[in-house]
Design a protein around this ligand. Structure first.
Ligand SMILES: [Zn+2]
Length: 590
């Protein structure tokens, strides 16, 4: 995509409006808005959008950039795709040539083609389900309580037993290499090193499409219709492709994201069938973890919509290691986690079929805080009748307590646990308290405030290289390097990096240290109005130099006193001359 097109889009795009589609922003000052950071988990807003400079910055995780990098990160797309997305959002017509490099163009074409292939395949699977061969699959789905509407809503289909039927359907749509990249086919590498012919990956299986956040189908999970060795694994998934990264996707997020936002909580279930049943029963804010542990990317994705979850899987049943890990990660990321354990150990799908949607909703309402749930688990596993079992119960709970990022929540959890386990020994209580305090709340280190002169210089160095204030400040830094070297070390380092950045690049992103980025963002956030003018900059340069010279003067005077006391005449003379020099330079400054 031509660079000037990106520039045009950036000039016309309103970062506030675009970021506002993903983050609830509140006005905080003339040019600033704040909200909860979409890139890390937090309870108090440290994400800031600056309107006049059109950038965003997070004081928590230090993510920063412009409207394009925001879209790149949040939508997980390339730069050209981000420019395109922003242009579309702003109603700016796209130029004919869309991609800047041949590789990007090829990647973009491939992704578009793969989406097309998945769409056609989904429709074809749906058609196969309606065909005579799909009778058994239909029977199975009806048995699971799925209506025709439900099947259509989730675009459930059937992959027939054939090895080649799907390839025949698709071979007029894409070439072999593209089909190979789609993940829809398997192939066995041949002895001559060639990848081997393509055959259908999914055969004799019920197919459930997996969509991305915006509802485009990018992969499948497919359930074997028969059991037994010959049928292969019960569930078979698409491999990772350039469309699909397993750890970045939450099943049903496309349908559930609006309901989750509205309800401000999500119901997490394990299987896709549980998810579909719950959704069709009216619990539309439901997502499936698909039986594997949550990744950080998934937790982050979810935290853009809510930080409250009801987890509907037992974290302690055999093989539920994944569930336990997911809960641990959610707790660590400061989610409010509640747990619902269904009576009789039923999974949500069966529970809804046997007892109805109303009962399931009632069970969700009865969900308990993870803390209470775990304490009860500990009491069940180790009935606290003897001191030994109390210790065991305690050891079961300690890792969970340590995991909570919030200090107050940890203390509360610890004292709750002590009370309910009937622990009255002061020693054990002390141990609990220690465990609770071990994990400190992260308090962001506040750097000492900048002086007005330091702020002005940072502003000057952040302005475009062609501007006069930049040139004045930059020339002064080079000319009086020794004076500037005595200034605050971090600011000095920042000035050097800002001065050396390439023309037109983003000032915050040119800094390598997160602490420096924070400092500069603070300047932008706290200083309102226009950039300083040349006279302000000259004044700031003089102030910095004066401070430096005065500091050198004090140092020389101290050395002079020592020299006088020691009676070293030569040194006294030399130092006196240097002090005179400094005095003259100081006078020249005024
Ligand atoms: Zn952040």
């Amino acid at each position: 995509m031509p660079d000037n097109f990106a520039q045009t889009v950036k000039q016309q795009a309103d970062i506030l409006k675009i970021v506002g589609e993903y983050v609830r922003l509140k006005k905080a000052g003339a040019q600033n808005y704040t909200g909860l950071c979409p890139f890390h988990s937090e309870k108090t807003p440290s994400f800031s959008v600056n309107v006049s400079r059109q950038f965003y910055y997070c004081f928590g995780c230090h993510e920063t950039g412009d409207v394009f990098s925001f879209i790149q990160k949040i939508e997980n797309v390339s730069f050209p795709e981000a420019v395109k997305a922003v242009a579309v959002k702003c109603g700016i017509p796209l130029p004919k040539r869309e991609f800047s490099s041949p590789e990007e163009a090829a990647e973009g074409r491939l992704r578009t083609k793969l989406i097309e292939l998945h769409e056609i395949t989904t429709a074809w699977f749906e058609q196969q389900l309606r065909s005579p061969e799909g009778a058994l699959a239909r029977e199975y789905l009806t048995g699971r309580g799925l209506s025709d509407e439900g099947i259509a809503k989730f675009r459930i289909g059937y992959a027939p037993e054939s090895f080649h039927a799907l390839r025949e359907r698709l071979q007029s749509v894409a070439d072999t290499e593209t089909l190979r990249a789609s993940g829809l086919f398997s192939f066995k590498p041949q002895e001559d090193g060639s990848p081997g012919p393509l055959y259908s990956r999914f055969r004799k299986r019920i197919t459930f499409p997996i969509a991305n956040e915006s509802g485009r189908i990018i992969a499948f999970t497919a359930r074997a219709l028969e059991s037994g060795e010959k049928a292969g694994p019960k569930y078979l998934n698409s491999p990772e492709t350039s469309l699909y990264t397993k750890g970045n996707i939450l099943f049903n997020l496309d349908k559930a994201r609006q309901p989750i936002r509205e309800a401000n909580f999500a119901v997490l279930v394990e299987g896709q069938m549980d998810c579909i049943s719950a959704y069709l029963a009216g619990i539309t804010n439901v997502l499936a973890t698909s039986g594997t542990a949550f990744t950080e990317a998934q937790v982050r994705l979810l935290s853009r919509y809510t930080k409250r979850v009801i987890v509907n899987f037992d974290p302690d049943t055999a093989g539920a290691n994944a569930a336990e890990k997911s809960i641990a990660l959610l707790t660590e990321e400061d989610f409010e986690v509640k747990v619902v354990a269904l009576e009789g150990g039923l999974d949500p799908d069966r529970y809804i079929r046997e007892r109805g949607a109303k009962e399931y909703m009632a069970a969700l309402r009865g969900a308990r805080r993870i803390q209470d749930y775990l304490i009860d688990r500990a009491r069940q596993l180790f009935p606290p009748r003897t001191p030994e079992s109390k210790i065991k119960a305690l050891n079961f709970l300690l890792p969970h307590i340590r995991r909570m990022p919030n200090r107050i929540a940890r203390d509360e959890f610890a004292s709750d646990a002590a009370q309910k386990l009937g622990i009255d020994s002061a020693l054990v209580r002390e141990e609990l308290k220690e465990a609770a305090s071990k994990r400190r709340d992260s308090i962001s280190a506040q750097a000492s405030p900048l002086t007005r002169a330091e702020q002005i210089l940072l502003q000057a160095f952040s302005s475009p290289q062609k501007s006069e204030i930049f040139r004045v400040a930059e020339a002064a830094l080079r000319q009086h390097e020794s004076d500037f070297a005595k200034m605050r070390a971090d600011v000095h380092a920042m000035l050097n990096q800002l001065g050396a950045r390439s023309e037109g690049s983003d000032p915050i992103q040119s800094l390598t240290e997160p602490a420096h980025r924070t400092l500069l963002a603070r300047v932008f956030v706290s200083v309102h109005g226009a950039d300083p003018d040349v006279s302000h900059v000259e004044e700031a340069i003089a102030t910095i130099r004066r401070t430096s010279l005065e500091q050198q003067q004090r140092q020389l005077r101290a050395e002079l006193q020592t020299a006088e006391r020691n009676g070293s005449t030569d040194e006294v003379l030399m130092l006196t001359r240097q002090i005179h020099d400094l005095a003259k330079r100081l006078r020249d400054l005024d």
